[in-house]
Design a protein around this ligand. Structure first.
Ligand SMILES: NC(=O)c1ccc[n+]([C@@H]2O[C@H](COP(=O)([O-])OP(=O)(O)OC[C@H]3O[C@@H](n4cnc5c(N)ncnc54)[C@H](O)[C@@H]3O)[C@@H](O)[C@H]2O)c1
Length: 339
């Protein structure tokens, strides 16, 4: 089984490579190592996976992408490489577009022009549903917003409403992956991911807030909360996401051309202020934090309705918030020298 993982040295990519290499797959990574921390992930993977092939290059470069597909016949392609921060997409929308929209298109085209039909997985985002201004959000208690009318979260039936350059560029990839299944019979699946966290995540203020908060707390660094801290997300431990990808591959004939909302679901929801309380207990000291204005495109609540994935893929999260954060904390503790 030959697998291409774009963005394979990133957080989710590293977990994907590790998992599928353990199953005996031959892995090729295409990554330009633009994200901080990726060279550390790559070092980890090279040690762990015998025969790992790494290509340093950009998904925006059509010649590079085409050559990779001409030289290899892939069974599976994980398209994970992306510009991942909403903030950066606002300050530099052109490169965001080139990486996320053109990059996704290049990967699909790589398969199409070389007449291959690998299973192709795309990591999309909940941001494709936009700011959801019409959804009524209410304060559930002093630390937590919630939906008034969506107790199980947002399902795939919710209308697309790309918001922010990142929402637009990732949403473009999302729609192209679905359309290549319709027009060219490709076996694509789209995962509209909520907040994913876990080992090998070098989170920062712009992306990967769970890891960013935990790493800052361990290092006794003050945190900035954009908004009032009552904002709520469903969070999913990365190993559960990888299991979900695997279920989709196994059931590809049932799911090709479809999009799934993936996250921790309504059972794994946490607000920023609640997370700060957990962190206080975890690290044993007060977590210094200050507040700034809301950032564009930030939803007050986002909770994925994962019931379709549960029903069709026979998947559900196996790590609850406490167990997942404990795992991430273990990874942070064991990797202090590289973080
Ligand atoms: N982590 C989350 O919570 C989350 C949520 C929703 C969607 N996603 C999506 O999942 C995917 C993986 O995210 P992640 O959290 O692992 O982020 P990450 O930043 O750790 O990984 C992205 C990888 O892509 C690489 N990359 C960036 N630009 C590239 C380019 N032009 N060419 C080649 N490689 C390039 C980076 O070096 C990095 O290794 C992304 O597509 C992201 O949009 C992540």
């Amino acid at each position: 089984m030959k697998i291409l993982v774009t963005g394979g040295a990133g957080f989710i990519g590293t977990n994907v490579c590790e998992h599928f290499a353990e199953k005996g797959a031959e892995i090729i990574i295409l990554d330009n190592l633009s994200r901080k921390g990726t060279e550390k992930n790559l070092r980890f993977l090279k040690k762990k996976i015998e025969g790992l092939k790494f290509i340093k290059g950009s998904i925006t470069n059509w010649k590079t992408v085409k050559k990779i597909f001409e030289k290899n016949n892939f069974d599976i392609v994980f398209h994970l490489a992306a510009q991942v921060a909403v903030t950066t997409s606002v300050t530099d929308p052109r490169s965001d577009f080139e990486i996320n929209a053109l990059g996704a298109f290049n990967i699909l085209e790589g398969a199409r022009v070389t007449d291959q039909s690998p299973i192709m997985l795309y990591s999309s985002t909940n941001k494709v549903y936009g700011g959801m201004e019409e959804v009524v959000v209410e304060k559930k208690d002093s630390k937590h917003y919630g939906y008034r009318d969506y107790p199980n979260g947002i399902s795939e039936k919710f209308g697309l409403d790309f918001h922010s350059p990142y929402g637009c560029s990732k949403g473009t990839g999302d729609q192209y992956f679905i359309d290549y299944a319709r027009i060219y019979g490709f076996r694509t699946v789209v995962f509209r991911q909520s907040c994913i966290y876990g080992d090998h995540q070098f989170g920062n203020e712009d992306q990967g807030w769970v890891a960013h908060f935990l790493i800052s707390a361990v290092n006794n660094k003050p945190l900035t909360i954009y908004g009032d801290g009552l904002q709520v997300r469903d969070v999913l431990y990365v190993k559960d996401l990888v299991n979900c990808y695997e279920k989709a591959i196994e059931g590809i004939d049932k799911v090709k051309g479809q999009a799934f909302n993936i996250g921790g679901g309504s059972d794994n929801v946490i607000s920023l202020l609640e997370f700060i309380d957990i962190l206080k207990d975890l690290v044993g000291h007060k977590i210094e934090h200050q507040f700034e204005n809301w950032r564009p495109g930030d939803q007050r609540v986002y909770i994925s309705d994962i019931s379709r994935a549960e029903k069709i893929l026979g998947w559900s999260p196996s790590y609850n918030v406490e167990k997942g954060i404990e795992k991430l904390n273990e990874w942070v503790k064991n990797n202090k020298e590289i973080i």
